[in-house]
Design a protein around this ligand. Structure first.
Ligand SMILES: [Zn+2]
Length: 409
């Protein structure tokens, strides 16, 4: 029997999954299986010990079963910049068009094994992430569970399509707000309309030289964090400069997005304050190629070489690394690109997989997922081969389970 609205198969009450091995979010276990009851994980352990009397058994020979992956930095309302520039997406695309695209992005994300996304800003599409999340949660369209940031916060004049006459007011990429009262109002308004997390741009390219410079003052950032925190919500910061990162860390932002210009001193400060880094290496790699770099043929541009160095410094400082690629800059469903690049840039496959599961769950305060443990949500992905040995196996998705429902058989 099928649910006629979504076409999804009916939930079986008990399913015993028998892969070759289980990555539980922290460690790999050969010969383990997972018993799912309804929408939760009932038991996990050596397959021979799991009682299967009343369960449908699904054999996953040759496969590894992992927790549903958690994308830490997505923009479901953007599509790749080599298709349409960011400026044109913000300025020229009708909202209905952007939402129609986003429904496809959501489906592709889920089918790639990503059962949760932290979606960090609608980029000019107001609160459309809130409605998208509702449609997914109600089973109207397939997609990942969403943590949404809604519009995100920017200092006036900093994050907008560039190159226009100062006499013209163009739409911004996020909500402009400055100073004590207006910032408090903006944070509360975003929360009231559905924000699960507050995102700020602590620096951005602006002004005559078009180089990244800090935007909000330290006091403004502290105020944003305080107001968000009093409602139980974290604040996260886009920051690529030393000073932007420093202010965001000291203000209490929980994750730094990008962090390209980080130094050993800044990463030591992140470690001290337990601020996590979401390095988004795939986005820089993608935009460099959009600008003409022929990867694999030409030497790496300076930006990429510097990113390799700063990422290594972050690892050496022991900074917690989130997995998040800034997907939307590149194609939704191609989220694994960031996992491959984290490994290319110096993480072990097992560490990168921890980032995409248990580490992201911990950093994003998601206590109901990110690991394969009794009582947690039955969000699972099965891939051909062993991605802890060769990360490329993470692309060979053979089955996705969300809330105990098999989405991709
Ligand atoms: Zn982003």
């Amino acid at each position: 029997m099928e649910d006629d609205r979504t076409g999804k198969p009916k939930i079986a009450s008990n399913i015993l999954f028998k892969p070759d091995r289980v990555f539980d979010g922290e460690t790999l276990h050969e010969g383990w299986g997972v018993l799912v009851k309804g929408e939760k994980i009932e038991a996990v352990g050596p397959a021979a010990n799991l009682r299967s009397a009343e369960a449908d058994v699904i054999d996953l020979k040759g496969m590894t079963l992992l927790p549903g992956l958690i994308e830490g930095h997505s923009h479901l309302l953007l599509h790749p910049y080599n298709e349409t520039t960011w400026d044109d997406q913000v300025l020229k695309e009708p909202r209905a068009y952007r939402i129609a695209r986003a429904t496809v992005h959501a489906r592709n994300t889920l089918r790639a094994g990503f059962t949760t996304v932290r979606d960090l800003g609608t980029e000019g599409a107001d609160y459309d992430d809130v409605g998208l999340k509702q449609a997914i949660d109600q089973g109207i369209i397939p997609g990942p569970r969403m943590i949404v940031a809604t519009r995100a916060l920017i200092a006036t004049g900093s994050y907008a399509p560039k190159g226009f006459s100062p006499d013209v007011d163009v739409p911004q990429g996020a909500e402009e707000a400055d100073g004590h009262d207006r910032l408090i109002q903006a944070v509360r308004r975003q929360i009231g309309k559905g924000a699960d997390v507050i995102k700020v741009y602590a620096d951005y390219r602006w002004g005559l030289m078009s180089e990244a410079r800090p935007t909000f003052t330290l006091d403004e950032l502290k105020l944003i964090v305080e107001v968000a925190r009093s409602s139980g919500r974290p604040t996260v910061a886009h920051a690529t400069t030393v000073e932007g990162m420093r202010r965001a860390i000291l203000a209490g932002c929980e994750t730094i997005e990008h962090g390209d210009g980080g130094t050993p001193e800044i990463f030591a400060l992140m470690k001290e304050h337990a601020t996590a880094l979401c390095p988004t290496v795939a986005a820089g790699d993608a935009t460099s190629q959009y600008r003409g770099w022929k990867k694999g043929v030409e030497p790496e541009p300076e930006r990429i070489r510097n990113k390799r160095i700063s990422f290594k410094q972050a690892l050496e400082a022991g900074v917690k690394i989130c997995f998040g690629g800034d997907v939307g800059v590149f194609a939704h469903g191609d989220n694994a690109r960031e996992l491959e690049m984290l490994v290319d840039y110096g993480m072990k496959p097992l560490e990168a997989l921890r980032s995409a599961t248990s580490v992201n769950a911990d950093v994003f305060h998601l206590t109901d997922r990110g690991r394969i443990r009794p009582g947690l949500l039955a969000d699972l992905v099965a891939v051909e081969g062993d991605p802890t040995k060769s990360i490329g196996a993470i692309r060979k998705v053979r089955m996705v389970v969300k809330s105990g429902e098999i989405i991709k058989p």
